[in-house]
Write a protein that binds this ligand. Structure first.
Ligand code: M6R
Length: 599
């Protein structure tokens, strides 16, 4: 959700470091941005602006803002609209403290009412603003900045990654509860951030903070403590990817770069897991894990589509499996029995997914996180973690992480069950990076996108493994083009949605292979064609669907499981080129954020 950066130990470059960090974090939230600098000169300087980081940059050209330590924020609004006054950081009444926050303070209204009654002046609609005023109260009672910060945090409930700076104090204080926070360390400078890319250009050494922990960063070093102030021993980790991986490498958008990175991401995901020559799949990390008797998946958005696909993999291997929207899981929990509960989450920080996993854990289930981010909350809290190894994904619309989720789930299902499909499926997995490369090399999606740029809506249909693919194709299209798009199980069209089909609603049908599912999908395409809707078929040429299609987006012949990946690549490109032709903000679509850390 919101992006946070803080830095200590770059006295002559504090502002520059914060702005650079925010530019790396804009994908987390981008409706306003702000910075606060503090240190020796006895004041806290704050500058903040509604809109993208550019607006803040422009404002900073006309003001003098100084400090040896600082914090910065990009916001994704929860309480109050995206305006200058609601942008973070927020000061106390006297301007001696500045606080920024990611998360939701659930008891803010009660606290705010109390503070207003004792004459505190509030200048924003945010839940966050109670914190600087709570700190101010504690400072007025004689507390040190650190003690005042702790006192304020002890009063709030909900989720937070929160940081503060104080006038006359060359230190940054932060705390975490249910919202990610990571420290970056090098010899003479220290950083804090919601996400590693914020400081990856300066250091590769990180310390992940846990819920309930506090940290103090100053020029002498860093220290993590628990809620009672006791020191906590932390092990620094070295991140494996380099800063270049978070740049655009000459592509117009991160999303396009990440679509093109899929062959490499898939190779990484399969490396050491799928035998190069034989029919063997191995997951070292699960060598001791008993085969699951049943599986429940929990996930949101794109990851939920991967979960639907994963459930089908397990069912095909004879293991009862079902995918649940994580946000619904706690509201209406299914009987859990001895199910293995698998959370699929790229970021590992999605609040809805974490909350579903915690519910499953509370009810005694073994939990497993399928995630991209080492050290993420999901990875740390679950009993087991399977990393998809896609590398950093910056575009808000998931692309390479979806492909890698599908590949990792294949490996997981093959390694933990005895599937009759194993041999063919393993071979197809081995060929998958090359098949995706072939799609990238030959796709005509740009010109097909141009043909339908004025469409009223787009409908995506598929069966079996191609049903989640259709849902994902529609999600990509709607989130980056802002056009109406829906995915349907192909057989469902005639039960209602067919009423929406016209000449102005292209139907994108995924009909790969020549199996029962493909043949039935072709039947559904004929129904659409008979109603004059244009048909775009994603096909490997075996179903004969070309005859009924206005355009085809070809994929190589492969197994239905891996065809879901190659077909998804065509659909990602179709959405990308449609959005590009419409001039949309592709990497940062309106109203969305990369990592959704509120429920
Ligand atoms: O980080 P997660 O995989 O848990 O995120 C879940 C969804 O918010 C995410 O997949 C979202 O739907 C995509 N960014 C859409 O492209």
């Amino acid at each position: 959700m919101c992006g946070i950066i803080g830095c200590v130990g770059r006295p002559n470059e504090t502002l520059e470091t914060l702005i650079h960090g925010l530019s790396k974090l804009e994908y987390r939230g981008y409706d306003s941005a702000g910075v606060a600098l503090a240190g020796r000169d006895g004041a806290v300087d704050i500058e903040k602006r509604a809109g993208k980081l550019e607006n803040l940059r422009g404002a900073l050209e006309n003001v003098e803002i100084e400090g040896t330590v600082g914090i910065g924020h990009t916001r994704w609004s929860t309480h109050g609209p995206p305006t200058d006054r609601n942008a973070h950081p927020h000061p106390d009444c006297d301007g001696d403290v500045a606080v920024l926050h990611n998360g939701i303070i659930e008891n803010f209204q009660t606290i705010r009412d109390e503070l207003v009654a004792s004459s505190h002046e509030f200048r924003s609609d945010t839940d966050t603003e109670v914190v600087p005023h709570l700190i101010e109260e504690a400072l007025d009672d004689g507390a040190t900045p650190e003690a005042a910060f702790r006192e304020a945090i002890s009063r709030i409930g909900g989720s937070y990654a929160i940081a503060a700076v104080f006038a006359d104090t060359e230190a940054v204080f932060c705390a975490r509860q249910d919202s990610p926070l990571v420290l970056g360390l090098n010899d003479d400078a220290y950083y804090l951030a919601s996400d590693v890319p914020a400081f990856r250009d300066y250091t590769d050494t990180v310390v992940y903070m846990e819920d309930g922990e506090f940290a103090r960063l100053d020029s002498n070093g860093w220290a993590v403590t628990d809620a009672s102030g006791e020191p906590v021993e932390k092990d620094p980790h070295v991140v494996e990817w380099d800063a270049e991986e978070t740049g655009k490498s000459g592509y117009d958008h991160y999303m396009l770069k990440e679509i093109h990175e899929q062959p490499r991401a898939l190779r990484e995901c399969l490396r050491g897991r799928v035998d190069e020559l034989g029919d063997h799949v191995e997951l070292e990390e699960f060598a001791g894990l008993a085969p699951p008797t049943s599986v429940q998946f929990v996930a949101c958005g794109t990851s939920y589509h991967a979960a639907l696909y994963g459930a089908q993999l397990f069912r095909e291997a004879g293991v009862p499996a079902q995918a649940f929207l994580a946000s619904e899981y706690r509201t209406s929990p299914p009987p859990i029995g001895s199910s293995l509960v698998i959370g699929v989450t790229q970021s590992g920080e999605t609040a809805d997914t974490l909350s579903a996993l915690r519910e499953a854990s509370r009810r005694g289930a073994q939990t497993l996180a399928v995630t991209n981010v080492i050290g993420s909350s999901a990875a740390r809290e679950c009993d087991h973690a399977l990393y998809i190894r896609a590398g950093p994904e910056i575009g808000v619309a998931a692309s390479k992480t979806f492909a890698s989720q599908l590949a990792a789930l294949n490996v997981l299902a093959l390694a933990t069950t005895r599937s009759a499909e194993s041999r063919k499926a393993i071979g197809a997995l081995r060929d998958l990076p090359g098949a995706v490369q072939a799609v990238l090399d030959d796709s005509t999606s740009e010109s097909v996108a141009g043909e339908y740029i004025d469409a009223d809506a787009y409908f995506f249909i598929g069966r079996g493994y191609q049903y989640p693919t259709a849902l994902e194709g529609a999600l990509k299209m709607k989130e980056i083009t802002y056009k109406h798009a829906e995915g349907f199980a192909a057989g469902e069209l005639k039960h209602g949605p067919l009423a929406l089909v016209t000449q102005r609603t292209p139907v994108i049908a995924i009909a790969v292979g020549d199996d029962e599912a493909a043949k039935k999908t072709v039947g559904n395409i004929k129904e659409v064609e008979a109603r004059n809707a244009p048909v775009i078929a994603v096909t490997d040429g075996r179903s004969g669907v070309e005859r009924y299609a206005d355009h085809t987006l070809p994929v190589p012949e492969s197994h239905p499981r891996t065809a879901a990946v190659t077909a998804s690549v065509q659909l990602q490109l179709l959405a990308y080129h449609s959005a590009a032709q419409l001039g949309r903000s592709i990497d940062k679509p309106r109203n969305l954020a990369k990592s959704v850390t509120v429920e």
